[in-house]
Design a protein. Structure first.
Length: 250
């Protein structure tokens, strides 16, 4: 279910704005004058060919990449904080199937002050189960991370990104390595999470078929913004055809 777009300004409610954001790495111009707006509660998909600068935009928003221009975020309750709480799901990290690290261990590494080899307390295990419940994944707690399917791993990473609950959720290619059925499950889950916790979501993807159903807005970039708007308008645009025809696909 797609969110109604705000009519005009969204006042002081939660939103993310990029105004003329440019990134250079060395002498290479990676992004040029990117202006885009993630409205409160929207799901926005960032698309473009490989090397277009999608991950670079996410890193600039996360504060991991220097940029020129202005990035602003406003959300209720963040008047006294400079930065919003951002939940970030990186592009699927690789785990060795032989690696003994379990999902519980992974949460312990990320959330506990103590070394993971000490195990987790009963209280922490309860918290991990609550986190996994948000992605309908309580049954995954004792599985080895390296043996999870692509979809299961994304759900675990999503559960990690949702604790503590963020103002905005940023996902870098969450659908890559996930089978078609898993993609549908994940998109439904993201949609449910967005509505339950009133989050804005910004994600990069190459899976365009999902966009008309789930995204409020699509931004097509190739080092600069080529087209943005409603999914159907962007996917039917000459800019979209030109970029993917020229590059011979994604
Ligand atoms: P996308 O996510 O759209 O595939 P990226 O944002 O990862 O693209 O990369 C955009 C461009 O920036 C690519 O040409 C890539 O080689 C370059 N790039 C990304 N990170 C670095 C880096 N740390 N050093 C040099 N070039 C980089
Ligand atoms: Mg990328």
């Amino acid at each position: 279910m797609k969110r109604q777009l705000h009519g005009g300004a969204c006042g002081d409610s939660c939103c993310l704005k990029l105004n003329q954001v440019s990134v250079k790495i060395g002498s290479d111009s990676i992004l040029k004058d990117v202006t885009m707006h993630v409205h409160c509660g929207e799901m926005v998909a960032l698309i473009g060919p490989n090397g277009a600068g999608k991950s670079t935009i996410l890193k600039a928003i996360l504060g991991q990449r220097d940029y020129e221009g202005v990035i602003t975020f406003s959300a209720p309750g963040m008047r006294h904080r400079k930065m919003p709480r951002i939940g970030y799901v990186p592009q699927s990290p690789a785990f060795d199937p032989g690696d003994p690290v379990t999902v519980a261990d992974l949460f312990a590494c990320c959330q506990s002050r103590f070394p993971a080899f000490l195990g987790i307390t009963r209280e922490h295990r309860e918290l991990v189960l609550e986190c996994l419940d948000r992605v309908h994944g309580k049954d995954l707690i004792d599985k080895r991370v390296g043996t999870l399917s692509g979809g299961e791993l994304q759900r675990v990473l999503l559960a990690l990104a949702l604790e503590p609950l963020p103002n905005i959720l940023i996902l870098d290619e969450p659908l890559s390595g996930v089978d078609v059925e898993g993609m549908e499950t994940l998109m439904e889950m993201l949609d449910e999470i967005r509505r339950t916790y009133d989050l804005s979501i910004l994600m990069t993807t190459h899976d365009f078929a999902m966009l008309p159903r789930y995204a409020d807005q699509v931004v097509l970039i190739d080092h600069r913004v080529l087209k943005q708007g409603q999914p159907e308008d962007v996917l039917d645009s000459p800019e979209f055809r030109q970029v993917f025809h020229r590059k011979g696909g994604v």
